[in-house]
Write a protein that binds this ligand. Structure first.
Ligand code: MCN
Length: 789
């Protein structure tokens, strides 16, 4: 059913009223009776031994309830949720990850002590009185240099700072492809480290109830059940029925709130210790040194081509920075999310990739919007653009010539993934038309008259998301299944409460999931409410990341609806004195096929709760069903992004003047929300390409970009009015036909922007520029260019 509010309708987000009028309830809005406040003392050094800690003055300070250090902490360390094996079969190095450091600190911001006081200000003031005797050690910061002999060691057990040295693909087939190549294009790339900046900083309230022995953690999380599992089972050893995790409204996560953080464990543990609820909320500058950071790859790649520009083989060598500790999903990012995507949308027959993960004295690195897939796409689309320039081929033609054709699906790549559907030519054609590609040279010439350098860049990308099939991710090293759950409770009057294991923190699930269910059950949208984010209310669920919520969580709801309809059909058949097989359900009505006998869903719902009206012994009263959905495969959105820039050679400032995105996200539930998701992703991708970069001082390990004075976030005037469209090929293995949309913007856009910048500078003989293409870098490239304007 497609109605004004059903699947395909651009319904406004029902969450917006509460978010836009300040009525949301975020973790920091939660206040428990007798609540105390926590402040974390953090390391000012990147690497140092802790010779001694004296907390006596802090303990005597006004309002202080407790000062807790690593010596007081008697529970487990933070676990890593993913296990990778090196090429030689040895397991990755998984160092200890204590919530409070005892003997040594390993990055600026590492947790040293928790001060609990009556007020936040008292806790913070008291923390200044803690005397820590640090013996500073040499630090290693550089991703490229971490593995060099003689570099300072982060962990004694990780020789040369190597966490794992992994590979994928067929090396000899790839060597053979290079041996017969007509041309080889080589590229060296840095995918710079980014700092995620959700609008709401992280926050956690731990609340131990002495009367019941129950713990409750309110936290800024994208996946409350995963936090309960990791914290309860591995860190604090609290049985799950005594631990409730609530993730209320969350002001954005972009991946950085998937992980289990030290502060969550600390406030929960300390609440039990001091017998008071404890709230901790990060200050913005604290977020810069304690939220897991993103990207940070250094890669060398080579593409072998035949004389017609067909790709024969791809070789990739990536060094990935893990930071000082392994964050929850870190090992999976450069391996199964990055290297398995290196076929992209192309028929490259032989691929071989090596990934070396290294430890450094920096904040841990983990998933950040796109996680591994922006890195792969950037590498591939920069390489393809360079190959086209070297072979004097058209940027569009080289891509077309190598696309996986639309009739080749399912398509098995040489790097593990099997794509289910796609039509890359169609998204390309539409994007070329929308961006007026063929007319670009006129615009370039017109800009030149104004003294501006204009360029155009293209990226034809692919994403693997909807994470995903438990069997596959389990065999790849995940330590938990990645299915999703959903429950549908039909109330006697026919209204419905939906319980989902996913978590919405800006993606609009309360709207789109309600659309899905109202459409499926043929009931008004306002009769459906969506509940998420509380382990005491929802079935065990895996949460939100990897653009999985609709394709996996939505499919669980479809499965639960199927069960509801199957039961309701039996009740309806009884009421209409027909055989269940003769009753069909359509648009909210049960009808005896071929007759005008029909009853609405609401009447059947009421009957389900009044069983004397349907004396069918095999049916239980009530109408409520739960389903778990474990998909057969990932989903594979893909598309074409085209960016047009104008550079002012006097200042080096790059202005994105046009940006076109055509994305295939399968069946769309809500085009307005899909468009919003693409806009947000593009803003982040353009931010990475032009503005954002996390910089540590290479000697001291101090974060030099620790505030918005130094770390440049994209603002509205950095972005054009986007032209976006979708072109759908259906996902073939989930019941909705949907692919993910949450990350596509951030994946496809960075290479489109940089390819455009290089195209603008190409007339001056500039062939390369790294991200972010800041005004200084672009101006310097123009000044040192082989040709003058
Ligand atoms: N949708 C749709 N039709 C489709 C696909 C999706 O209508 N074919 C809708 C969904 O129903 C959902 C939204 O679009 O309302 C996003 O769906 P999906 O692609 O399944 O992604 P998730 O809901 O799993 O969200 C995760 C994704 C990720 S991985 C990051 S990172 C990210 C993103 O979403 N973080 C975000 N978008 C964000 N948006 C906001 N505002 N804040 C974040 O932190």
């Amino acid at each position: 059913m497609t109605t004004e509010t059903g699947i395909g309708a651009a319904v406004k987000r029902r969450e917006d009223f509460r978010f836009l009028t300040g009525r949301g309830t975020y973790t920091d809005d939660i206040n428990r009776p007798h609540q105390a406040y926590g402040y974390i003392l953090r390391s000012p050094y990147a690497a140092a031994q802790i010779a001694a800690i004296d907390t006596s003055k802090a303990k005597a300070a006004p309002g202080v309830i407790a000062v807790l250090t690593g010596a007081d902490y008697d529970k487990g360390g933070l676990p890593c949720g993913w296990q990778i094996h090196s090429k030689d079969g040895s397991p990755m190095i998984e160092p200890a990850h204590p919530p409070l450091c005892k003997d040594q600190v390993r990055h600026v911001g590492d947790q040293v002590a928790l001060v609990v006081a009556e007020t936040y200000a008292e806790a913070k003031d008291a923390a200044e009185l803690i005397e820590v005797d640090y013996k500073e050690l040499p630090a290693i910061i550089s991703t490229a240099k971490a593995g060099e002999p003689g570099a300072p060691q982060v962990w004694p057990e990780a020789k040369n700072n190597v966490c794992f040295d992994w590979h994928i693909g067929d090396k000899s087939a790839t060597d053979a492809a290079f041996a017969k190549a007509h041309h080889v294009t080589k590229i060296d790339l840095v995918n710079q480290r980014l700092i995620p900046n959700a609008m709401e900083p992280r926050s956690a309230v731990g609340d131990y109830d002495r009367a019941t022995g129950d713990y409750t953690l309110y936290t800024t999380s994208q996946n409350p059940h995963v936090i309960r599992l990791l914290m309860g089972a591995f860190v604090l050893q609290i049985p799950e029925h005594k631990l409730r995790v609530v993730a209320p409204d969350v002001g954005g996560g972009f991946g950085s709130k998937i992980f289990h953080y030290a502060e969550e464990a600390l406030v929960t543990w300390a609440s039990g210790k001091v017998g008071r609820p404890i709230k901790w909320t990060a200050e913005r500058s604290e977020a810069f040194i304690s939220d897991a950071q993103g990207r940070d790859h250094v890669s060398h790649a080579e593409l072998a081509l035949d004389k017609d520009g067909r790709f024969l083989g791809l070789r990739v060598n990536t060094i990935a920075n893990m930071g000082a500790y392994l964050s929850t999903f870190a090992p999976c990012v450069p391996t199964y999310l990055h290297a398995t995507l290196l076929a992209g949308v192309y028929t490259t027959p032989a691929i071989y990739a090596e990934v070396k993960a290294v430890f450094t004295h920096t904040v841990p690195v983990d998933a950040y919007r796109g996680a591994g897939r922006p890195e792969a796409t950037y590498l591939l689309e920069r390489l393809v653009a360079k190959a086209a320039r070297e072979m004097q081929m058209d940027q569009v033609e080289i891509r077309r010539r190598n696309f996986i054709p639309k009739d080749a699906f399912p398509y098995q790549t040489p790097v593990a993934l099997q794509y289910d559907s796609g039509d890359y030519e169609a998204t390309l054609d539409l994007a070329l038309e929308m961006s007026k590609w063929s007319d670009f040279e006129n615009r370039r010439a017109e800009a030149a008259k104004r003294g501006k350098l204009r360029g155009i860049g293209i990226s034809t990308y692919l994403e693997a998301c909807g994470i995903a099939p438990s069997a596959v991710v389990g065999s790849l090293g995940a330590r938990a299944g990645l299915y999703e759950s959903g429950s549908i409770r039909v109330h006697p009057t026919g209204s419905v409460t939906v319980f989902t294991g996913t978590h919405s923190h800006g993606q609009g699930h309360e709207t789109t999931f309600a659309q899905l269910v109202s459409d499926g059950l043929g009931i008004p949208l306002e009769n459906v409410e969506v509940v998420h984010g509380d382990t005491n209310k929802i079935p065990f669920g895996m949460g939100t990341y990897g653009s999985r919520s609709l394709s996996v969580g939505g499919s669980a709801l479809v499965k639960a609806m199927d069960k509801i309809i199957a039961k309701a059909t039996k009740i309806a058949a009884h009421l209409m004195e027909a055989a269940a097989g003769d009753v069909e359900f359509k648009n909210g009505n049960f009808t005896v096929k071929g007759t005008d006998k029909s009853i609405p869903f609401g009447q059947v719902a009421l009957t389900a709760y009044v069983p004397h009206n349907y004396p069918i012994t095999e049916l239980e009263p009530g109408l409520e069903e739960t389903a778990f959905y474990d998909p057969l495969n990932f989903t594979y959105p893909g598309g074409t992004h085209i960016c047009e820039v104008e550079i002012d050679p006097e200042t080096g400032v790059t202005q994105v003047v046009n940006f076109t995105a055509v994305d295939d996200v399968g069946r769309v539930i809500n085009p307005m929300i899909v468009e919003g998701q693409v806009h947000g992703g593009l803003a982040q991708g353009i931010g990475q390409a032009l503005l954002e970069r996390c910089v540590y001082d290479e000697d001291s390990g101090q974060l030099l970009t620790g505030s918005y004075m130094d770390y440049t976030m994209p603002r509205a005037d950095d972005l054009p009015s986007f032209q976006v469209a979708t072109h759908a090929t259906m996902c073939t293995h989930n019941p909705i036909g949907a692919k993910g949309v949450g990350e596509v913007g951030a994946i496809g856009s960075p290479p489109a922007v940089i390819n455009a910048v290089i195209d603008a500078l190409a007339p001056l003989g500039v062939e390369d520029i790294s991200m972010p293409a800041t005004p200084l870098k672009v101006w310097q490239a123009i000044q040192s260019a082989p040709k003058k304007m």
